[in-house]
Design a protein around this ligand. Structure first.
Ligand code: PLP
Length: 290
């Protein structure tokens, strides 16, 4: 599927990845003035749709873009994108920008222009290897809770990780871990599961939220929503990342040092594996009930 042109919904029309074109004056292109979502579909069924659409609405409201499509219109777009991918795991990427205005001005166009809307689909790769990560300064803005298409600091941190043969960058602000460049982070410390609290310093990941619901509902392990210090991260018994396309992603190495001790050193730990099993079972139950 990756080489063949994929369908693209673009500003009310259908085209494909080879033919999709946007205006050079689209404010997403000029200013990064827009927001996005990535919604996974497993075996042809969207997972966490309500949560992703609620976050999209919050992001749009936060930057003052009116909702471009009604829920039923989005559903029609998703149905068409998923058509023919029944057995596959795919991710729908959608973005909404403030639209195209030929007068380049930081202030928003008056009257408002039609938002730019794009949606496409791509395969989700297999699980891949466990994560080796670097730590890097969190150089992002003060509203990381908005899923903005402005991802320059995230892309620079991820690139730095790749150049060091690693898979992800864990971002650190004032000595405290916020999240990964495109993932949320969890650490197991003294038997407790610790992750950064929601707020302006992190993206409220959908996988993070659903996993916390599963963990609390099944009382799998004690949870603490607080920032993990860099020192605590280096002593953590287990560390894993979460995202919609990776689910729970064990971290086995941080800045060249193995995570965990004894027989678990440098491997996915027992709590991570237990939570992963519970999360996979939850995903399966959502699929059966959808
Ligand atoms: C900065 C950041 N944090 C966390 C996540 C994980 O969020 P989700 O679980 O909704 O995919 C992402 C996903 O793109 C992200 O970009």
């Amino acid at each position: 599927m990756s080489d063949a042109p994929r369908p693209v919904y673009l500003n009310g029309e259908w085209c494909d990845t080879a033919t999709a074109r946007v205006s050079a004056f689209d404010r997403g292109y000029l200013f990064g003035d827009g927001v996005y979502e990535v919604i996974p579909a497993f075996g042809g069924r969207l997972f966490g749709l309500a949560e992703h659409m609620a976050r999209l609405s919050r992001s749009l409201a936060a930057i003052g873009i009116t909702e471009p499509l009604a829920a039923s219109q989005w559903q029609g777009v998703f149905d068409r994108l998923l058509d023919g991918h029944d057995g596959q795991d795919v991710a729908i990427y959608l973005q909404v920008t403030r639209g195209a205005s030929e007068r380049r001005d930081h202030a928003w166009p008056v009257p408002a222009v039609e938002p730019g809307v794009m949606a496409t689909v791509s395969p989700i790769g297999g699980p891949g290897r466990d994560a080796r990560v670097i730590t890097a300064p969190d150089q992002r803005w003060a509203r990381c809770d908005i899923k903005s298409i402005n991802l320059l600091p995230n892309t620079m941190a991820r690139q730095q990780a790749f150049e060091q043969g690693c898979d992800e960058a864990v971002l650190v602000r004032d000595g405290l871990v916020t999240e990964g460049a495109a993932t949320n982070l969890f650490a197991v410390l003294d038997g407790r599961l610790v992750t950064a609290p929601t707020g302006p310093q992190i993206l409220p990941g959908i996988t993070r939220g659903l996993l916390l619901d599963v963990v609390r509902h099944q009382t799998l392990v004690e949870v603490e929503e607080s920032f993990v210090s860099l020192g605590a991260l280096s002593r953590a018994d287990e560390v894993f990342l979460t995202s919609s396309t990776k689910d729970l992603w064990p971290v086995v190495e941080i800045d060249g040092r193995s995570v965990g001790r004894g027989e678990h050193a440098g491997k996915a730990g027992p709590i991570t594996r237990r939570l992963d099993r519970a999360f996979q079972a939850f995903k399966q139950s959502q699929r059966s009930s959808a």
